[in-house]
Write a protein that binds this ligand. Structure first.
Ligand code: ADP
Ligand code: ASP
Ligand code: MG
Length: 411
């Protein structure tokens, strides 16, 4: 008999019909003999709706109070599922994060899980119950409700699986696995049988929202077997694994990730003296703004241009900090651009292949897409381009790296 943690996302519990379907599925698994801990998201759209309500009261969202509001979405779905299971004759009990005691730090809206008290869950499992836990939420040491950041139910699932030393953590969603890229953007995207933690972590960090970044970090750290599956279609899904299998025909790149979440800032005509990068980025980091990509141009006339990207949400703040730095340094001008996108190719296969970046640049050049910034690491290459070319770029790269699924036979 195995212990399995199953997490169902927002669309999978988006209506009463869906919740009933999940209950049927859980009942079937339970009757097959496994111990089950179920983690649920709020109904799809509910968390957004709650945030909108809060914004109607104040545009200065108070992080602690926002957590009290947004955590309610999951409290509804867990009770509904527990009731649907009990109705089917399956003993079940639901718990909020506070009731399990998923202890987090006090960073409201982006809290980290510190510890999970597994006693209550183990006792219920022993008593033959299915335990249904609210995803996305926890409690800090002072008893305040906290939440784990958008998409955080994935992390609740993996953290519970780690704490309970479950045999597998299954993430059920509206796609049947992890794809070479978002199948909503590239219809020819292919499901991957397996992907390594390292690659999945890059994909998630670079914008693939199929799994929350922290859930992948957690799974890697605690060695939790993790699988992404479709909630209502049978299939093997995608296994996230530790090893890069030698025997498998290793593709050069495994996937393409992208995001529209960044904005670009450029300070032009800065005197090119030692310490210039620090003078520009010091005040940005002092304002708690995280910088992603950075480019400094070659200087001419003893001045240089310096460009970096930040998250969209921090763009206005970064712009005002940079404008004041520009005045102090006597820079020529500050330019901002919010209409950019970042596209990244990811794959452990890059380690053993030269020329991957140039193949990427060639594919983009063929579509006349201008590259504004580049950054690389051992297993990824990212470029910043104009936002309007994003989908074209992703499709072109998907084809150039031979990731397209074979054309479907007409039925
Ligand atoms: P849930 O509500 O179940 O947590 P999400 O919307 O968070 O679901 O994640 C599933 C979605 O992730 C899919 O519908 C898909 O559009 C998107 N997605 C982005 N990149 C990928 C990828 N590489 N593979 C699969 N799905 C992806
Ligand atoms: N309901 C939360 C969100 O929409 C958490 C989750 O679904 O994972 O972000
Ligand atoms: Mg999600």
């Amino acid at each position: 008999m195995a212990l399995i943690v199953q997490k169902f996302g927002g669309t999978s519990v988006g209506s009463i019909e869906r919740i009933e379907q999940v209950a049927d599925k859980v009942k079937k698994h339970r009757e097959a003999g496994d111990d089950l801990v179920i983690v649920l998201s709020a109904m799809s759209g509910e968390t957004n709706r709650l945030i909108e309500l809060a914004k109607q009261v104040s545009d200065q969202l108070v992080p602690r109070e926002l957590d009290v509001i947004v955590s309610t979405g999951e409290q509804v779905t867990i009770a509904l599922l527990a009731m649907a299971l009990i109705k089917r004759g399956v003993p079940a009990v639901s718990y909020t994060g506070n009731q399990v005691r998923i202890l987090t730090d006090s960073a409201h809206n982006k809290a980290r899980i510190l510890q999970i008290d597994d006693q209550k869950i183990r006792a219920d499992l022993q008593a033959g119950k299915v335990v249904v836990v609210a995803g996305f939420q926890g409690v800090d040491e002072h008893g305040n409700i906290t939440t784990l950041g958008r998409g955080g139910s994935d992390t609740t699932g993996v953290a519970l699986a780690a704490a309970l030393r479950a045999d597998e953590c299954q993430i059920y969603t509206d796609v049947d696995g992890v794809y070479t890229t978002d199948p909503r953007v590239v219809p020819l995207a292919r499901r991957l049988e397996k992907i390594t933690f390292e690659e999945m972590l890059e994909m998630a960090s670079l914008g693939s929202k199929v799994l929350q970044i922290r859930s992948v970090e957690f799974a890697g750290k605690y060695n939790v077997p993790l699988r992404v599956l479709h909630s209502f279609k049978e299939g093997p899904g995608t296994l996230i694994t530790i090893d890069e299998e030698e025997s498998m025909e290793q593709p050069i790149i495994s996937g393409i990730a992208f995001n529209r979440d960044e904005a670009k800032l450029t300070i032009r005509g800065v005197p090119d003296t030692p310490g210039v990068a620090f003078k520009i980025l010091g005040p940005i980091s002092a304002a708690n703004i995280e910088v992603d990509m950075i480019v400094q141009n070659v200087s001419h006339d003893n001045t240089t241009d310096f460009t970096f990207t930040v998250h969209h949400n921090e763009y206005e703040k970064a712009l005002s900090v940079l404008e004041s730095t520009a005045r102090e340094m006597g820079a020529r001008e500050v330019i901002g651009d919010t209409k950019i996108a970042k596209v990244s190719i990811v794959g452990v296969g890059m380690r053993s292949h030269a020329g991957v970046a140039s193949r990427m640049f060639e594919a983009l050049a063929k579509e006349s897409i201008n590259i504004q910034m580049i950054s690389t690491s051992e297993i990824k290459v990212s470029v910043v381009i104009e936002e309007k070319y994003l989908e074209l770029a992703v499709r072109a790269l998907h084809t150039a790296f031979e990731l397209d699924a074979p054309a479907r036979q007409s039925e």
